[in-house]
Structures are given as structure tokens and as C-alpha cells.
Ligand binder design. Structure first.
Ligand SMILES: NC(=O)c1ccc[n+]([C@@H]2O[C@H](COP(=O)([O-])OP(=O)(O)OC[C@H]3O[C@@H](n4cnc5c(N)ncnc54)[C@H](O)[C@@H]3O)[C@@H](O)[C@H]2O)c1
Length: 364
């Protein structure tokens, strides 16, 4: 029986716990806040999935068992991820999944976690679930790539007003009361909607265009009480092969738009999340318009089942390093986030030197 520890009884902790149960796994959830544990049992889990599942163990962090878990999932705020991930490594699970964004823009702890996970032989993943969705797999499948011809440019947008996020967290008062309102803690649009940066990188790699090496960013930072965050994050990206494109992330757009488009010499490929409620869409077209569309019907809860099934198979097949949600891909996303803040604040293009490792010194 696969045993899972989920750290953090919040929004994502509930999704990952529910997905694990759907896969027939044993689940213990822990949190340092007893109110969060109670809210999971009486509100979040039954509210989302119909009923509380009494087979799930609920523990305060001080009381949760240590050791004996196959997988440890970390679903806490970004500024706690690396310390918890380093602790989780001591338990020697088969794999650790850390939620996105992997860490804060300072990259503190990231290189250490990566090196130690490798040394201990623990597979490490990050929760950029869209990267392994059926829609994205279809977007980079051989028929789509053939229809594109040579890719010329790539746009990815994840634009969603805070309201969507706070709807999933009715117990929070607003950005100031959580990491979301603090860019240095991994919040703001660059961190919270970093699915877009990650997808841009995922698609560029699949197109054979390489990793991002230059970031030119415009961000709009706002202050709201004690909070300080970027509400708009506009990025121009260039890869090591000279391929260029654009990412837009914001916390102001409503209704939300989560979208990607690859323009090629012969045609285009477009992807849209929540194209219609409960539907992910992928379109292939030429200069006259859409010639093929694929619709994938699913709920947000289903996305996490798909993600964990992928993780489980990658671990079983020894293929963690090749996974689009491998921690290495998320570390590359963190370098772009860190470069974006530096670029927006200095007004200069920031370059990434992957040879320097997953540290701030990789940026110049
Ligand atoms: N993959 C996705 O699409 C997705 C969706 C939602 C959230 N997330 C990510 O998941 C993370 C958490 O977001 P959330 O919305 O679930 O937050 P949340 O505020 O709903 O829940 C976080 C929980 O972690 C607990 N916590 C904080 N520090 C802890 C610690 N040291 N030990 C144990 N518990 C601790 C808090 O008490 C809280 O209950 C963020 O990084 C977020 O970006 C990812």
C-alpha cells in the first residue's frame, strides 16, 4: 500500500490528499495550525468532494509520524518549502513533490535541496501540473508539431484576478494576510501564476528551442497596507537558441484566462485551460483558422489525480528526471522568476548562466 504524507492542510493539501485517496493510497495530513486541520475535516474536503474521508489521518506537525512514507507532498506557502523539503529528505521517501513556486525569488535552499535529493536518490518533483496535462501533451504531439512547421514564437498567459484565489480560501482576508501579497515570500503574480513561465519553458523545450537565457521584465508593484506584490508581470524571453516569445501573468484579469499559443511557419497551436467550464482545449490551425480541435473534459480535482498518476509512474519507471514536473524544470522556472524581478527593478535585461547552478549568482 502506497503511504503519503501531505504537509499543509490548505487548498492544495486537500487537492493532493483527495487525489491520493482516489488512487487508493493511505494519506496522513499534517499542519502546524489545528484550525486548518479542523477546517479540512469539516469544510474544505466535504465542501469540495462531497464528504469527509475518515480514512485520512489528521495530525499536528509535532505529532505526525516520521518515516515510512512513500511520498511526501509539501503544500505550504513558498517561503517554507525548502526548509520542509530538506526535513522531508531525512525521512527518505521514494519521492517528494513540492508545490509551486518551488521557493522564494532569493532561491534560498534550492541548490542545497536539489543536491541532497540527488545524493539520497529521492525523486523530486514540483507541482506544475499543467505541464503534464492531456491538452499540453496534445499541443506537442507529432501531428501538432507537423502542422506548425518551424516554430517562430510562443506566448503564454496566466491572468487571474485575486478573487478567484480568495474564493478558494474564504478564511483569508486578502493579499496582506498571506504570502500571496508579498513578492519576496513567493507571492505576487510572478510567483502565484508561475504556471505560465513554467509552461513557456516546457513548450520551448518540446519545440527544441532550449532553455531561457535572457529575461526582460516589466512589472507593476503595488503596496497595500503591509503587502507589496507585483500585480502585473510582463516578460520577454529569449532562449539559448535565440528563440523569443512572451509571458503575461497578472492578478487583475477577470474572468481568468490561461492560454498558450505557438506560431509556426505553417500554422499555429493554441491551448486554453477552462476554455468552457470543465474543459481544456487544444486547437491546431493554419493561416485560414482552426483545422482541428481537441477538448478534454475534467474537473480541477481530476488534474491532480492525473499529476499523481504521472508522478507514481515516473518513480516506478525510474523516469523522474525526464518528467516535465521534475524539480530541475521548476528550478529553471525559479531562475526566470528571480531574473524577472531583477530585470523589472533594474530596467536591464538579465541573463541566466545555467553553469553557475540554481543560485542568484547565475543571474547577471
Ligand atoms: N499546483 C497548483 O495549481 C496549486 C494550487 C493551489 C496552491 N498551490 C501552491 O500550494 C502552496 C500552498 O497554497 P495553498 O493555497 O494551499 O495555501 P493555504 O494557505 O490554503 O494552505 C497552506 C497551509 O500550510 C500550513 N503551513 C504553513 N507553514 C507550515 C509548516 N511549516 N508546516 C506545516 N504546515 C504549514 C498553513 O497553516 C496552511 O494551512 C503555495 O505554494 C501555492 O502556490 C498550487
Amino acid at each position: 500500500m502506497t503511504r503519503v504524507k501531505v504537509i499543509g492542510a490548505g487548498s492544495i493539501g486537500n487537492h493532493l490528499s483527495h487525489a491520493s485517496r482516489r488512487l487508493g493510497w493511505e494519506v496522513d495530513i499534517c499542519d502546524l495550525d489545528r484550525q486548518a486541520l479542523e477546517r479540512t475535516r469539516s469544510e474544505i474536503y466535504p465542501g469540495r468532494y462531497g464528504a469527509w474521508d475518515a480514512g485520512i489521518g489528521l495530525y499536528h506537525t509535532d505529532e505526525v509520524p516520521r518515516g515510512g512514507y512513500d511520498y511526501i507532498f509539501i503544500g505550504t506557502p513558498p517561503d517554507s518549502h525548502m526548509a520542509l523539503a530538506l526535513e522531508a529528505l531525512q525521512e527518505e521517501p521514494r519521492a517528494i513533490l513540492v508545490e509551486k513556486p518551488l521557493c522564494t525569488p532569493s532561491l534560498e535552499g534550492a541548490a542545497e535541496f536539489h543536491a541532497l535529493a540527488r545524493e539520497r536518490g529521492v525523486a523530486a518533483f514540483c507541482g506544475y501540473d499543467h505541464a503534464i496535462s492531456q491538452g499540453i501533451a496534445a499541443a506537442v504531439s507529432p501531428p501538432s508539431l507537423t502542422a506548425l512547421g518551424e516554430a517562430i514564437t510562443l506566448d503564454v498567459e496566466f491572468r487571474e484576478h485575486w478573487a478567484g484565489i480568495f474564493k478558494a480560501h474564504p478564511w483569508l482576508d486578502g493579499p496582506e494576510s498571506t504570502y500571496l501579497g508579498y513578492w519576496r515570500r513567493g507571492g505576487g503574480s510572478a510567483g502565484e501564476h508561475s504556471h505560465a513561465i513554467n509552461l513557456w519553458q516546457r513548450l520551448a523545450l518540446a519545440l527544441g528551442k532550449g532553455r531561457v537565457t535572457a529575461v526582460s521584465a516589466t512589472m507593476e508593484y503595488v503596496r497595500d497596507g503591509a503587502a507589496e506584490f507585483d500585480r502585473m508581470c510582463l516578460l520577454n524571453l529569449t532562449t539559448e537558441t535565440g528563440f523569443t516569445g512572451r509571458v503575461v501573468q497578472d492578478v487583475v484579469t477577470r474572468p481568468s484566462r490561461k492560454w498558450a499559443r505557438i506560431q509556426g511557419t505553417d500554422g499555429f497551436v493554441e491551448w486554453q485551460y477552462a476554455y468552457r467550464p470543465g474543459e481544456e482545449a487544444m486547437f491546431v490551425g493554419d493561416s485560414n483558422g482552426v483545422v482541428d480541435e481537441k477538448i478534454f473534459t475534467k474537473s480541477r480535482a481530476d488534474d491532480f489525480v492525473e499529476e499523481l498518476r504521472h508522478l507514481d509512474a515516473a518513480v516506478a519507471n525510474g523516469a523522474a528526471l525526464q518528467s516535465p514536473i521534475a524539480v530541475e524544470r521548476a528550478l529553471e522556472t525559479m531562475l526566470v522568476i528571480a531574473a524577472a524581478h531583477r530585470s523589472a527593478q533594474s530596467g536591464a535585461t538579465v541573463r541566466i548562466d545555467y553553469g553557475a547552478g540554481y543560485v542568484e549568482q547565475a543571474l547577471s
